[in-house]
Design a binder for this molecule. Structure first.
Ligand code: 1HN
Length: 359
């Protein structure tokens, strides 16, 4: 129970509250239970974007919008209906689909929000990250960390589509956004040999001497390849059994998340087996890289297929069940939550009751 009014005349109280407002003050006692809820009450809704519609609209954007319009990037953001029209997938994460036509180039810029690219369709694009041309193939993860110059270059004969994950809502909330275009909005010069970071840091536990003592805020390895991800998931699943094998993408020099503000994960589901219901502090955006199945999120059933994307709010109870061999890619704000000492998780014994079906 909070403080109660003392029995003063209603006019006296009303006048007091008006005076507080005029002085830019607000009493805590009427709003305390909205601020200090027993558990998180996210505005983010559990949501799903279907690949078929997202792809068709990205293709339409590819016809209608030239790359120099719309800020040099042809990007459709996942806008969670819980977030009042803002272009965010969850309260802390940006998720989007980016579409680059054959032969297009998106000029270089840099910004303090960090980004990841998870390639979905097409081959023949590289993103140059601070001078290092990183080749992108389906199922690869490419990092463009905070304040690294980046431009996208297609020598493909087909459109290329990837998932963009950024920490923008987090960096905005911290009032730490900076942005800069590359001089003359050009492309960066690249070394002849592509994938420098991979050649230096992509070896299996073989790092340049001293690399582990270097201080850096993000992984110096900028590309993670589908074949390695697949092999690691296969090994993990054969070791641990199902229903799910989960990997985190890490900085090879420290074992830390790839960026301080955003984590990347990959999960492989065994068909016909249901994961235990779990809830965690922190939100995530999930991309179905391949497979088909369903998830129950806060009592709501989502049936998904390859390419579908889901928003998972903080503290929502989540269960997955695949109908086919399935790989789920995810970005999360877990590094922020953990750095702040706010992480909790709860594993439940019994499956949720499904009360609604997402459609
Ligand atoms: C950005 O720089 C890219 O470089 C993609 O490809 C999406 C969303 C918001 C802000 C910057 C890119 C972005 C972005």
């Amino acid at each position: 129970m909070g403080p109660t009014e003392t029995g003063s005349a209603p006019e006296t109280l009303a006048s007091f509250y008006r005076t507080l407002e005029q002085h830019d003050l607000q009493p805590l006692w009427p709003i305390a239970d909205q601020l200090l809820t027993q558990s998180p009450q996210p505005a983010t809704k559990p949501w799903m974007w279907r690949w078929a519609s997202v792809l068709a609209l990205a293709e339409r954007a590819g016809e209608l919008i030239a790359i120099h319009e719309g800020g040099d990037r042809r990007v459709l953001s996942l806008a969670n209906p819980g977030l009042l029209g803002r272009p965010f997938a969850t309260s802390t994460l940006w998720g989007a689909v980016q579409y680059l036509n054959a032969g297009e180039h998106a000029p270089a810029h840099r910004h303090t929000p960090g980004a990841i690219r998870f390639i979905l369709v097409g081959d023949g694009v590289y993103t140059t990250v601070d001078g290092d041309a990183c080749d992108m193939h389906p199922g690869d993860l490419v990092l463009t960390p905070s304040w690294n110059w980046h431009d996208h270059n297609s020598s493909a004969d087909e459109p290329v589509v990837w998932f963009d994950g950024l920490d923008i809502p987090t960096v905005l909330a911290l009032d730490a956004v900076f942005f800069e275009n590359y001089p003359d909005e050009k492309l960066q010069d690249v070394e002849q040999e592509h994938n420098r970071s991979e050649r230096l840091y992509g070896g299996r536990a073989l790092l340049p001497l001293g690399a582990a003592e270097d201080t850096h805020s993000h992984s110096p390895l900028l590309v993670y390849r589908r074949a390695d991800i697949d092999a690691a998931l296969t090994a993990l699943l054969s070791q641990g059994g199902g229903p799910m094998a989960s990997l985190e993408f890490v900085d090879p020099t420290s074992g830390r998340p790839v960026m301080p503000t955003m984590g990347c994960e990959m999960h492989r589901l065994v068909p016909g087996r249901r994961t235990r219901p779990v809830r965690r502090v922190g939100s995530s955006v999930v991309v179905v890289y391949k497979g088909a199945g369903s998830s129950v999120i806060s009592g709501q059933l989502f049936k998904w297929n390859s390419g579908d994307m889901l928003a998972i709010p903080s503290w929502a109870i989540v269960e997955h069940e695949a109908a086919e061999p399935t790989d789920l890619f995810a970005i999360t704000d877990a590094p922020v939550i953990k750095a702040m000492g706010l992480y909790r998780e709860e594993i439940h014994e019994t499956p949720q009751h499904v009360t609604r079906v997402f459609s």
